[in-house]
Design a binder for this molecule. Structure first.
Ligand SMILES: Cc1cc2nc3c(=O)[nH]c(=O)nc-3n(C[C@H](O)[C@H](O)[C@H](O)COP(=O)(O)OP(=O)(O)OC[C@H]3O[C@@H](n4cnc5c(N)ncnc54)[C@H](O)[C@@H]3O)c2cc1C
Length: 210
């Protein structure tokens, strides 16, 4: 059953991944009224974007958040992207001359805590399934545990990931092309100490704690 549409905020952000959480923090800091809708019921515990680069840490540092993320990760000063090609990141002209290996869920937890301090509301279990635009507003159809409802905002920002439903609803194409490489990332519990694993093509995959 679709309930009545409610005007909830100036900006509705769809997706509480790192992009949506970072955007909400910036908007709140600028005094913009915004909230986040996230389809997951629970806070994510997934590793996904585990390589946090120096520039990202610099940007987090600008908001006083870098040390919190660093505390939750492992520092790497050298990486071997290809056989025989070792990058010495300790030479980087940065406050953070390293690659930080930290689960995406850790970065999200830090951003979320900061957003909450700034008064951002994150509604979980709210999946955007429909969108209609008028010249001055956007109306979203949202599925949640109580059924369906609509909400209206001045702006909606699609931060709902690579397979964005909002992009699909808007009919916006995915331009460019995908990498031809396939990556498999699994969150598993190891029975023994972590080790480094080298794929047959020579790519090097440092495991956390290795
Ligand atoms: C295997 C793998 C490894 C990766 N490794 C790295 C890495 O090492 N370093 C790095 O920087 N990046 C890495 N990435 C890329 C990284 O995961 C993405 O760049 C990052 O997740 C993008 O963040 P985001 O917030 O835009 O989207 P996402 O993290 O995908 O977040 C989107 C959010 O939107 C929510 N959502 C989706 N649809 C809806 C809807 N209809 N309504 C409401 N909510 C919705 C989702 O539940 C999700 O929480 C990797 C990606 C993969 C797949």
């Amino acid at each position: 059953m679709t309930q009545h549409s409610a005007y909830t905020s100036d900006v509705i952000i769809v997706g509480a991944g790192p992009t949506g959480l970072a955007l909400a923090g910036e908007l709140a800091l600028a005094g913009v009224d915004c909230r986040i809708l996230e389809r997951r019921e629970e806070v994510s515990n997934l590793t996904r974007a585990f390589a946090v680069h120096a520039r990202t840490l610099e940007l987090l540092d600008a908001r006083g958040l870098a040390e919190d993320v660093i505390r939750r990760g492992v520092r790497l000063e050298q990486v071997q992207g290809l056989p025989g090609a070792t990058l010495d990141l300790s030479q980087l002209d940065s406050k953070y001359p390293m690659l930080l290996i930290a689960p995406q869920s850790a970065t999200e937890a830090v951003l979320e805590a900061s957003d909450e301090k700034r008064g951002v509301v994150i509604e979980r279990g709210a999946e955007v399934i429909g969108l209609e635009q008028s010249p001055s507003t956007v109306q979203l159809t949202i599925a949640d545990r109580d059924g369906q409802r609509t909400e209206t905002a001045r702006y909606v920002v699609a931060c709902d990931g690579a397979h964005s439903r909002v992009r699909e609803l808007l009919g916006v194409g995915f331009t460019g092309k995908q990498y031809e490489t396939h990556i498999i990332l699994a969150d598993v519990q190891l029975s023994g100490p972590a080790a480094r694993w080298r794929a047959p093509d020579g790519a090097h995959h440092p495991a956390r704690g290795a």
